[in-house]
Design a binder for this molecule. Sequence first.
Ligand code: DX5
Ligand code: ZN
Length: 221
Amino acid sequence: MSVRIAPSILSADFARLGDEIAMCVEGGADWIHIDVMDGCFVPNLTYGAKVIETVRRLTSLPLDVHLMVVEPEKYFEDFVAAGANVLTIHQEAAPHLHRQLARIRELGAQAGVALNPSTPVATLADVVDEIDLLLVMTVNPGFGGQRFIEHSVQKIAQARALLHSRGRPALVEVDGGISRDTIARCWRAGADTFVAGNAVFAAKDPRAEIATLRSRCSDVA
Ligand code: DX5
Ligand code: ZN
């Protein structure tokens, strides 16, 4: 299983966004993770299509857009037009999950579903066939730099088992508190795609940190 490292620009210095993205590319990042927050689904506000479009101009890496918003379907078209490759919506914010996932794929993007720490994996049993990525939140969403919730490791294993039982080759992503100290546990449990904000951007050498995160996974492979 290959490892994908997705630095989250939530922790980047926006005055130097071009340099920050270039640094991720040089460090071997696989995806760029973009956190969209609406101040309603989560208690924080960030950015929308304009920033996705800006990042699109700065890199050709896939853009992994995490929608922490209510009524996410309002933004699908604009975000795909802005250059998003993956759109991940929250199970808790999407009462018509099946239809919304189908819509994302119809627009040509990969469809992801995220689960808050309090939402069981089993709630996705009826949409497994519609998803390209299952995101297990390893913190309560809203802010960077929070502490990893240990219980998530079991959920990662459950997520992988659910996908496997249905023969679904979807990615299992983790987001929140991922660092050189927590990443291997997630990898061992079945995650293959790792969002890292603080661990990368607050590191002394962010380029090297991306490689270190990746190596922690191969160490246990
Ligand atoms: C949190 C966001 C994350 C955040 C992760 O709600 O979804 O993507 O940037 O930040 P770290 O890696 O610092 O926990
Ligand atoms: Zn995120």
